[in-house]
Design a protein around this ligand. Structure first.
Ligand code: PLP
Length: 475
């Protein structure tokens, strides 16, 4: 009876009217449930064709459907374990928000808020006033402008100050950040003409001075976030450029990328340029990201002189690039934490991860080691090894902080075995992301919040792997 297994397959219609499936229809809707049923039926037919028997899961269609629907409707934004060793990982959403920022976001999402409403005057207020005073206090700037991200901030500075005119920048600073963000291209988009001065490795103040004409509208300084020129080099400082700007009446703008609102060296970290220092040097406008070292939401923040900021605020692009109440609430709550600098590493996840001492991380590795060996020791050598975490996101890119990792080396010595393990971990409900280097899979525990959660995930993944090997038909 070769057709017998096929004849046991239910129809889509019968499945949809099954009492056990009714709750799924009401939760996921009839269309998605029917789609999932069709997919499962196709899978069952393929299984019968190959094995001449129904798959094991076909004895409980409702459960199989439930699993399929849950998988299909899971969010595309999956929380992951970031054990890559990159703290501010752009592809993983950069900074994790502080609890205060998360609470603030939830509050403003649930209610109308005074985003552009001045209660005292009963008139229209300005949304950037949400953070203006905080930014003034922290950086010493006269005014601020907040937009979608720092790329937008740079675009807006060029467009508002130099559209139809010339902007002078050093050849050593015409950087590409990634994702097609290149300073020359952004200037073209903003309608300004780039005047390149100096050489790749050396630019002098006279180079800027000699390039200034009546068409010059802006002197530009760009933080070379993600690369470094070493050897026979020289560049012009913000203070020198600002002095030239004052002397010639040309505004000076600095794209700082990340910057740091606090002295990172006070926390034992590599020093990063501080916004307040650049402003004190006399630069008119400084732009930076909200989700790099600042540790807040994605945003582009421009601080500086009130008259220059007013030109940005009046530009039509500002309306296109402005932030919503969610971003502004998160940014406000994050900036408020900066007044408690002694507790900042406790309150701000980015700083908490960056300042976590290596011995602390090494102890976490030691605690996990025995259980990991139990679960994975048959196929892998598992060790504790020192490594270097990266700060990431072009913030202090060349600077690393010493850390410690759990490392997995395949007993069969094959790179494919490591890749298969990494892929299997990626497929977990909460994916575990490490990195493969030197024939090992590294799990840098610097950014690990909950050891028992990771251990449970690693154990569950191990069991899943066993099940898959023995019974390939189990879904
Ligand atoms: C990161 C960076 C940018 C882009 O900032 P986003 O917030 O990612 O848009 C621009 N310029 C520099 C120098 C940077 O480091």
């Amino acid at each position: 009876m070769p057709d017998a297994p096929y004849s046991q397959l239910p129809s889509v219609d019968r499945l949809l009217h099954d009492a056990a499936v009714a709750p799924l229809v009401s939760r996921y809707g009839a269309r998605l449930t029917a789609d999932a049923a069709r997919a499962l039926l196709a899978e069952a037919r393929a299984h019968i064709a190959a094995h001449r028997a129904l798959p094991v899961w076909a004895n409980d269609w409702a459960t199989a459907l439930q699993r399929t629907l849950a998988e299909r409707s899971a969010s595309k934004l999956k929380p992951v374990f970031n054990l890559t060793g990159v703290v501010l990982h752009t592809n993983l959403g950069r900074a994790q928000l502080a609890d205060d920022a998360i609470d603030a976001v939830a509050r403003v999402m649930r209610s109308p808020v005074t985003l552009e409403y001045d209660l005292d005057e009963a008139q229209r207020g300005h949304r950037d006033d949400t953070v203006a005073e905080l930014l003034r206090d922290i950086t010493g700037a006269e005014a601020c402008c907040v937009v979608n991200n720092n790329a937008a901030a740079v675009l807006l500075m060029f467009a508002a100050l130099a559209d139809g005119k010339e902007a002078i920048a050093s050849r050593g600073e015409l950087i590409e950040i990634g994702g097609a963000f290149r300073i020359p291209d952004v200037m073209r988009q903003a309608g300004c003409t780039l005047v390149e001065v100096g050489a790749t490795n050396r630019t002098h103040l006279a180079d800027y001075r000699n390039a200034i004409t009546e068409r010059t509208a802006l002197l530009v300084k760009v933080h070379t976030s993600n690369y470094r020129i070493e050897g026979f080099t020289s560049s012009v400082s913000e203070a020198e450029l600002a002095a030239l700007g004052r002397e010639t009446g040309v505004p000076v703008a600095s794209d700082l990328g990340s910057g740091a609102l606090i002295d990172m060296s006070a926390y034992g970290l590599p020093a990063e340029t501080m916004q307040q220092r650049i402003l004190a040097d006399g630069v008119d406008l400084v732009s930076f990201s909200g989700d790099k070292l600042l540790g807040g939401p994605q945003a582009g923040i421009i601080v500086g002189r009130a008259d220059a900021i007013a030109r940005l605020q009046k530009h039509p692009l500002k309306r296109a690039l402005r932030c919503d109440k969610i971003t502004l609430a998160a940014l406000e709550a994050t900036l408020r934490l900066y007044s408690r600098s002694d507790q900042l590493p406790l309150l701000l996840p980015t700083l908490r991860y960056l300042t976590r001492p290596q011995p602390d991380i090494a102890q976490a590795v030691e605690r996990l080691l025995p259980e990991c060996r139990k679960a994975y020791g048959a196929s892998f050598h598992i060790d504790s090894a020192p490594c270097l975490s990266q700060i990431g996101s072009g913030a202090l890119p060349m600077n690393t902080v010493p850390s410690q990792a759990l490392t997995f080396t395949a007993r069969d010595g094959r790179g494919r075995t490591l890749e298969a393990l990494a892929a299997h971990w990626h497929a977990q409900p909460k994916p575990i992301l490490g990195r493969i280097a030197d024939n090992r899979l590294w799990l840098d525990l610097r950014c690990l919040d909950d050891e028992s959660e990771l251990l449970a995930a690693l154990r569950a993944a191990r069991q899943g792997a066993d099940v898959r090997c023995q019974k390939p038909e189990i879904r």
